[in-house]
Design a protein around this ligand. Structure first.
Ligand code: FDA
Length: 348
């Protein structure tokens, strides 16, 4: 199914439903974060859309949406992701594989995800790819309680350790921050090859780093991609960027290095990347001491430049058919990406 008529139909349907939710004072209220500008409004609308089952059920039926998504995803299955990882390796870029999905409500489905990741580790190891994995705890069953989810993570860590690779724990919305960090801390006490993502938009992250840095392990700093209220997250981009740099300097600092932290700067922001490179030079770090991660399909020019500059770089490759909420978060990050959706609307 494709065509401008259908696109208008889903957009109108979603906006009407969102307005109805607002009028009823319902939970679908748009605009908890950054609504002071048109861009902020777009961001809030996409983040609201990422949680809309109504929109998801319709959008995934359209071919033009699949075509637009493919810009950020080499394929909907593992084979495509492994081919992409091989291509990146040839360019001196490592990869992090992530199988899309979140908030699973059935333990059997979560167990299937664990089995899938075990297969990923085996196939990536057999193919000698420089690949790590990144998992969402709600995809391993966190909504069903921490115990099964933690067991699944430990199973993956054991297998990854045998393959000499790493497991990253994604950070989801703030409803999960405490549970995610608790599980990470326990996993870190048993395994060296584990890291967790921390979000610069959260006000609490500065405090969290005080207890996470002494643990060593991996810390991947990102800006944050969910809809959060202003009491939890900095509402303005300027404040998020300032906090990102302040937290980055903590991760580059002596305490973090002495604790053996593997610091990752997960951003495509050229200004922040430049500031981090300069901070690294001022701290007498070698280029290979700085590690950046980016998302597949975004800022390939910068990925090549960082590789040529001698920094370590990995690209996070997402795949799987549960791409809808994840793709809406990518649109929220850069509403200009809607142009790609529109362009695909008119493609064959
Ligand atoms: P910013 O959004 O300011 O963008 C800077 C520039 O990068 C833009 O001007 C544009 O050129 C480019 N750019 C950024 N996003 C783009 C897009 N979608 N399309 C095209 N160009 C784009 N978040 C989270 O909450 N939990 C997590 O676990 C993770 N994990 C994660 C891992 C890795 C490796 C990365 C790179 C990112 C995440 N994120 C994440 C997402 C993160 O929070 C954030 O939303 C995005 O990285 C976008 O923010 P930037 O730092 O790139 O800056």
């Amino acid at each position: 199914m494709s065509g401008p008529g259908e696109a208008r139909e889903i957009a109108d349907g979603f906006l009407t439903r969102a307005a109805r939710g607002r009028a009823a004072g319902g939970q679908r209220r748009i605009g908890l974060l950054i609504i002071a500008s048109p861009m902020g409004l777009m961001r809030s609308a996409f983040l609201a859309g990422s949680q809309s089952r109504w929109l998801r059920e319709r959008a995934v039926r359209y071919r033009f949406v699949h075509r637009a998504v493919s810009r950020f995803m080499p394929g909907e299955d593992l084979d495509g992701a492994l081919v992409a990882a091989k291509g990146l390796k040839a360019k001196g870029i490592g990869s992090v594989l992530t199988y899309l999905g979140e908030n699973l409500k059935d333990l059997r489905e979560a167990e299937q995800v664990t089995r899938h990741y075990l297969d990923v580790l085996k196939r990536a190891g057999d193919a000698a790819l420089d690949a790590e994995i990144s998992v969402k705890l709600t995809q391993l069953g966190l909504d069903l309680g921490p115990a099964a989810c933690e067991t699944a993570l430990l199973t993956l860590l054991e297998s990854a350790a045998a393959s000499r690779t790493w497991v990253w724990v994604d950070m989801e919305s703030s409803a999960y921050t405490d549970a995610t960090l608790d599980i990470y801390r326990r996993a870190r006490a048993r395994f060296a090859n584990v890291g967790v993502c921390v979000q610069a938009y959260l006000r609490r992250t500065e405090q969290d780093l005080k207890t996470l840095i002494p643990l060593g392990g991996g810390l991947r700093l990102v800006k944050g991609a969910y809809r959060e209220p202003p009491e939890k997250a900095y509402p303005s981009k300027r404040d998020v960027d300032a906090n990102y740099f302040s937290l980055a300097t903590r991760l580059l600092g002596r305490d973090a290095r002495q604790a053996g932290v593997r610091a990752i700067f997960g951003t495509h922001d050229p200004v922040l990347i430049g500031r981090i490179e300069r901070a690294g030079q001022e701290a007498n770090l070698r280029p290979q001491d700085l590690e950046f991660q980016m998302l597949y399909g975004i800022r390939r020019d910068e990925q090549a430049r960082l590789t040529a500059a001698g920094h370590r770089i990995r690209v996070l490759i997402s795949y799987g058919d549960a791409w809808f909420p994840w793709y809406m978060r990518r649109l929220a990050e850069r509403p200009a990406n809607v142009l790609f959706v529109v362009r695909n609307l008119f493609a064959d």
